[in-house]
Ligand binder design. Structure first.
Ligand SMILES: [Zn+2]
Length: 109
């Protein structure tokens, strides 16, 4: 997948549990925070992704936006999601806007 290098590039910028991000990247759904990495120590890891509203793409899901084109969801937080677009780089969307305006919709893998 062409975005893998960019995915790894974004790794260092994240504040979520590093182990969980890697497990999520490799396909595990909702792995628990490890409790031992630097982000867990700093208290910035999320406890659980379960409070993300329905209808919002999951992390690592391929999406397509009418304005920004193809992208991959990098992270989904309770109120916003970050997408890395192939042509436009990182964009952050409010989840309310994602749902209301259908800004980003899943595409077939
Ligand atoms: Zn951790």
């Amino acid at each position: 997948m062409r975005s893998r290098i960019d995915v790894m590039r974004g790794y260092a910028e994240k504040t979520d549990c590093r182990r969980r991000m890697l497990l999520g990247y490799f396909g595990e759904t909702r792995p628990a925070p490890c409790g031992t990495c630097d982000n867990c120590d700093a208290g910035t890891s999320r406890d659980d992704a379960g409070d993300v509203p329905e209808g919002v793409p999951a992390a690592q899901e391929a999406v397509r936006d009418p304005e920004f084109g193809d992208g991959v969801v990098m992270s989904v937080e309770p109120h916003r999601m970050t997408v890395l677009f192939t042509e436009h780089g990182y964009r952050t969307f409010a989840l309310d806007a994602v749902r209301a305006l259908d800004l980003v919709e899943p595409v077939e893998a």
